[in-house]
Design a protein around this ligand. Structure first.
Ligand code: ATP
Ligand code: MG
Length: 366
């Protein structure tokens, strides 16, 4: 997928701006608060109908503007297509257009301009608690496998019902009659989740290791390991085996769950670890190593999507260069040769051999 051109009107700090992009690397340079991240937000929104930073759609409409318009020409699925969003400040619903035809929902434009974003907050994937990692993994896997998405929704639904039973059984002991049914279903669906995750993390880890190796010029050996409940000895085992493993695990925690009134264990607590040459990244990684690993993960995610769909999603790298040494910066700027890439940075004097550089000043291209 290639975003060939973009036009913004009343979007954030852009009054009216037209962009022509390179099919390779687009380096977007500018001081703080000039509109670099806003531009990436517009591109990502155009492809998904979702903003990675706005709480409300209206936030994206320029101050004192009546509407905002984002329109882009995309080469995708072997033809040129146009996507257009019109956003309003208040409660008025947004408008979505694809090739001149009005669409009901963002689902109708899915697949035309998928993007993968790296932003500074993504460093938390590797540095903070397991919940952040699960969110990253789940959202990537849901995009790749709609059946996983459905299984995850089902799992969470059963888990919520089970939680309610565990909470209320002190007052209403008869609820315990239906608990085994919920446990059985939870193990079945949970086993399915583990099976999907095992394959996904395996592919992701292998692809990320290749990128990390290139980024660090062979200095660090990246390894990702998927972690699930302790009774699962082989995450690649058939789903029936995984179901049994989960049952064994639940049984060993059954008393604890009843006493505490809480769901204690299961794939909803899954995690993954990253080590660099055998050293745990979360505990010991430097800032540059953490950033490099997070970029490698995003590049790997994009690669898995490309394998699935046959086209590279557009890569949006917000503020990646700081904290990277010259070799790692060179990789980001000059060695990501597949698909289209947007890179923002504040430092003047950076350039890319693989495309073009544009400077943004107060919401205009200089
Ligand atoms: P940095 O290098 O600090 O990350 P940046 O170039 O990425 O800077 P952006 O986040 O793209 O900066 O732009 C921030 C500017 O956009 C801020 O000055 C902010 O006030 C302005 N801005 C944000 N939303 C709107 C809006 N709805 N209308 C007008 N201006 C807005
Ligand atoms: Mg920014």
């Amino acid at each position: 997928m290639i975003l060939e051109s973009l036009s913004l009107q009343g979007f954030r700090n852009y009054q009216q701006a037209e962009f022509e992009f390179d099919p390779g690397v687009n380096l977007i340079v500018g001081d703080n608060a000039q509109g670099k991240t806003n531009l990436l937000e517009a591109i990502s929104y155009l492809g998904s109908g979702k903003s990675f930073r706005a709480q409300k759609t209206g936030e994206m409409v320029g101050f004192s503007r009546e509407f905002a318009e984002i329109s882009g020409n995309v080469f995708s699925q072997e033809r040129r297509q146009n996507l257009r969003f019109v956003l309003f400040p208040g409660a008025r619903p947004r408008q979505i257009w694809r090739n001149g035809a009005k669409k009901k929902s963002a689902g109708d434009i899915a697949g035309v301009l998928p993007t993968v974003l790296f932003c500074p907050e993504d460093l938390l994937i590797l540095k903070s608690g397991a919940a952040q990692r699960r969110r990253f993994g789940d959202s990537a896997l849901c995009q790749l496998r709609p059946n996983y998405d459905a299984a995850l929704t089902e799992y969470n639904r059963i888990l919520e019902q089970k939680s309610r039973i565990l909470k209320d059984h002190f007052e209403n002991p008869r609820l315990l009659d239906i608990l085994p049914e919920y446990n059985a279903r939870l193990c079945q669906v949970g086993a399915l989740l583990i099976s999907y995750r095992a394959r996904f993390y395996d592919g992701l880890g292998k692809a990320a290791a290749v990128y990390h190796n290139q980024l660090s010029a062979g200095a660090e050996d990246f390894r990702l390991e998927y972690k699930t409940v302790s009774t699962v000895k082989d995450v690649f085992a058939p789903v029936a085996q995984l179901t049994q493993d989960l049952q064994a695990h639940l049984e060993s925690h059954a008393r604890g769950e009843l006493e505490s009134g809480q769901c204690l264990t299961g794939p909803h607590r899954d995690d993954f670890t990253v080590t660099l040459s055998g050293v745990d990244l979360k505990a010991y990684g430097s800032q540059g190593q953490t950033r490099t690993s997070a970029i490698s993960l995003k590049l790997a995610q994009r690669e898995l999507m490309a394998r699935e769909w046959g086209e590279q999603p557009v890569l949006l790298l917000d503020d990646v260069l700081s904290e990277l040494d010259p070799g790692r910066q060179d990789f980001v700027l000059n060695q990501i040769v597949t698909g289209q890439v947007f890179i923002t940075c504040c430092e003047p004097g950076r350039f890319t051999r693989l495309g073009k550089t544009m400077t943004i000043h107060q919401g205009s291209v200089v």
